[in-house]
Design a protein. Structure first.
Length: 327
């Protein structure tokens, strides 16, 4: 029977239902490098359950029989090495599972800013009644950088709220959800128009450090940056400096260069910053949804049928038209 190795823990445990698989595959759940070193040789399938785990990348030499790797996450950056990309091992991810949940988080973050809720929470803690006027979301412009399933769902949710959504993808083209998508090369021209800049692109060589000092300067002083992609998309030092200098008005960040965000990091104490502990996607039931998605693909693989959500290893995401082309 083919051997499946599941790596890491999420939500404090192994994939729910892993024990169900016993009759068609041999399953091993490993938590550390020693266990993986022992189990990886001979394994045909690897489930990277903890999408942050770099263990497979570290032990790639031992993956002598692996045919397929599934990452139980949207981002495959921790797993996808150049050697993996060059190999003929298939890679799939959790495409689709998080679209709605992240879209709702992003809308929540935008409302927190528009309705000045960070300040309201702070005033409430101090028992202070202070009437203020707030902003409307309607009529604002959101620049969504990344037009995969998640970016697309953000556009679908924001449209009915009256937000003008501008999408950025790998190339310029008409699009059913965004109206028109603009190429990533147009980013500098689009940034000065945006009230909200939302980052949902995967972290790849092309997108690392996408938002640095120069691009932060292009944003409006009233604009807010929302990052639900990966910390590495933003130069955090430049961001802190831009916030301190009032070059942008705020940031809502779910992802960071170092996670957990170190206690001494200046972002923690900035009143115009919302720090969220990498949970924008994680709705109640996410672990079961992730496990079920893998089990469904495993059935396909065992039956010799094509897998769903195949990542293009050169691009680092699941491509496809029109709804699956992040950037
Ligand atoms: C992911 C995440 O799945 O960041 O990539 O949650």
């Amino acid at each position: 029977m083919p051997k499946v190795v599941a790596i890491g823990e999420m939500g404090g445990g192994a994939p729910p239902g892993l024990d169900r698989l016993g009759d068609r595959v041999v399953v091993r759940h490993v938590k550390d490098i020693e266990e993986l070193e022992r189990e990886l040789p001979g394994a045909a399938v690897v489930l990277v359950w903890d999408f942050r785990s770099t263990l497979l990348r570290e032990l790639w030499d031992r993956a002598d029989s692996v045919r397929w790797v599934h990452v139980a996450g949207a981002g495959v950056d921790a797993v996808l090495s150049a050697r993996f990309a060059e190999s003929d091992v298939m890679l799939t991810n959790a495409h689709g599972v998080f679209d709605r949940s992240i879209a709702e988080t992003v809308v929540g973050m935008m409302l927190v800013f528009a309705k000045d809720m960070l300040r309201t929470f702070e005033l409430q803690r101090r028992r202070t009644w202070l009437h203020r006027e707030t902003e409307m979301l309607a009529g604002r412009t959101a620049l969504v950088v990344g037009a995969g399933g998640i970016g697309r769902e953000i556009a679908r949710v924001l449209g009915p709220l009256g937000v003008d959504v501008v999408g950025v993808a790998s190339s310029e083209r008409p699009d059913p959800d965004f109206g028109r998508l603009y190429a990533i090369e147009s980013l500098d021209r689009l940034l000065p128009r945006a009230d909200f800049v939302v980052l949902v692109v995967p972290l790849t060589d092309r997108t690392r450090g996408l938002v640095g000092e120069a691009r932060l300067r292009l944003m409006k002083p009233t604009a807010r940056l929302i990052n639900v992609g990966r910390g590495g998309l933003v130069d955090e030092r430049a961001l802190v400096a831009a916030l301190e200098a009032g070059e942008i008005a705020g940031a809502a960040l779910d992802v960071f260069e170092d996670e957990p965000l170190p206690e001494s990091h200046p972002l923690w104490s900035m009143p115009q910053v919302l720090v969220s502990p990498h949970m924008s996607a994680d709705f109640k039931g996410w672990l079961e949804a992730l496990a079920d998605q893998f089990f469904e693909n495993l059935e396909l693989w065992l039956d010799g049928r094509p897998l769903k959500n195949l990542v293009d290893k050169r691009l680092g995401y699941v491509p496809g038209a029109p709804e699956k082309d992040p950037a």
